[in-house]
Design a protein around this ligand. Structure first.
Ligand SMILES: Cc1ncc(COP(=O)(O)O)c(C=O)c1O
Length: 434
């Protein structure tokens, strides 16, 4: 076991002991034990039988090892079945349900999301995805004055970067684009943002991505938000990948404006996300131009979706129930463990760099790698192809990183220890051909 893995197990056990109590979800058939006998995160994190039982709740393509679970998250079978039932009901009842029953269900689903996130009533509105939430926040941000600036980093998400550029241009403001140093340690990252804020006093709005989709870097959003707030800078946090991958709530993120996905790591049907605005900050985000008059003074008016996927929204409680049965802390610990196993096993490969540091505060389950000199998109697409064709492992290339493209590895809770060990073996074999 690596030093890093030990670190995580200790940390997670403490967290888990409090989080789980006696309520750990033990799928039928695991060891014949009940929850009381198997109720620490550490017990479960490395318990392959436990996770094999969880994996049975997922319909997974047996022909590939899917280590690209960052696009969206599979629904577990209980959630899928609920969703199919809801889809049939919505299709059968049509506008009769949409016009009469949906409103209460929508309010209840929104309330559930707020409770899960630790938000107050009126601080959450549902969206179709994180993009809709974050675009609403960025496009609607109305505190910029001519000559001020917005700031973001190379590791932020493409369309949020574009929206920040457009916002700056619309307000005759400058853009400060940061390239996050690679490699970087935790203190270095905090210091990097401290210096960036100090060096750029015109910045009024900062975009932070909690877990980046390019390398999996976890940004210390709470610390940076506090530093930014102290110098009058508002922060929008892109939590598309962090919520559910990490066992976090709004207080752990600390920002006033946050966009979430619920179809990545909460395992809800595709088509649900959420926007958060702290209650005393609503005036910073202009209502959507299409908002109804009576929505303009509430967060509901910050999003205008039109006809939506009713069935996906009303399946949210089932998705949260399943997430809770697995346990948010268990899930985070398992994803970290799977990540640590392959990273630990490739650490001595001389021509391979792992792009997030081993400090658990710098990553979750996602981590990217790069072979020396293989910095183009074409190079990394070719590596992804080799992993698939020669080893049956599915991954994805990512670009936009200042130092070059890379390959991203994203395990899910249905992946086994063997899956990530096979990846490590495949990377060792590939390294001799680079
Ligand atoms: C960091 C980050 N932000 C935002 C998004 C957008 O998510 P969605 O396409 O579900 O809106 C993604 C999607 O992968 C992402 O990784």
């Amino acid at each position: 076991m690596s030093e890093n893995t030990q670190d995580i197990s200790r940390r997670s056990t403490l967290k888990g002991a409090a989080a789980l109590g006696t309520a750990a979800f033990i799928p039928a058939g695991v060891h014949g034990k009940n929850a009381k006998e198997t109720n620490t995160v550490m017990d479960l994190t490395q318990d392959e039988k436990y996770w094999a039982e969880i994996a049975k709740d997922y319909d997974v393509d047996p022909d590939i090892i899917n280590l690209e679970n960052g696009y969206w998250g599979l629904m577990s079978r209980p959630v899928l079945e609920t969703y199919l039932d809801h889809t049939k009901m919505v299709n059968r009842e049509n506008s009769y349900y949409a016009r009469r029953g949906f409103k209460d269900d929508f309010v209840a689903a929104t309330a559930r999301v707020a409770t899960e996130l630790g938000a107050k009533d009126g601080e959450i509105v549902l969206t179709r995805n994180a993009t809709e939430a974050l675009q609403g926040l960025i496009n609607g941000y109305n505190r910029l004055k001519v000559g001020e600036a917005v700031m973001y980093a190379d590791l932020d998400y493409y369309s949020m970067i574009t929206a920040m550029d457009v916002l700056a241009a619309k307000n005759s403001c400058d853009v400060v684009r940061l390239n996050i140093p690679e490699p970087i340690d935790y203190d270095g990252l905090v210091e990097f943002y401290r210096a960036a804020l100090a060096d750029n006093p015109k910045v009024r709005l900062l975009l932070l991505t909690h877990i980046g989709h390019r390398t999996g870097l976890q940004v210390p959003v709470k610390e940076v938000t506090q530093m930014a707030r102290a110098v009058g800078v508002d922060v929008i946090v892109d939590a598309a990948h962090s919520y559910g991958q990490l066992d976090v709530k709004i207080d752990d993120i600390g920002a006033d404006f946050i966009g979430f996905n619920l179809h990545k790591w909460i395992g809800a049907p595709i088509g649900v996300g959420a926007m958060y605005i702290r209650e005393n900050q609503l005036d910073a985000i202009a209502p959507n131009p299409s908002a109804e008059m009576d929505e303009k003074d509430s967060i509901v008016g910050r999003v205008h979706t039109g006809t939506t996927n009713f069935a996906a929204i009303i399946t949210l409680p089932a998705a949260f129930d399943y997430h809770a049965r697995v346990g948010a802390a268990n899930k985070e610990a398992r994803l970290r463990y799977l990540r640590d196993v392959w990273v630990d096993e490739v650490h001595d490969i001389k021509n391979l760099s792992v792009l997030t540091g081993n400090n658990p505060r710098l990553h979750g389950g996602i981590t990217s790698f790069r072979f020396d000199g293989k910095t183009s998109v074409a190079d990394n697409k070719a590596i992804v192809e080799r992993l698939l064709k020669d080893h049956g492992i599915f991954s994805v290339h990512r670009d936009g990183v200042a130092k070059g493209a890379c390959v991203r590895i994203t395990p899910s809770i249905y992946n086994s220890l063997d899956d990530v060990q096979q990846l490590a073996k495949a990377l060792r074999a590939l390294s001799t051909q680079m």
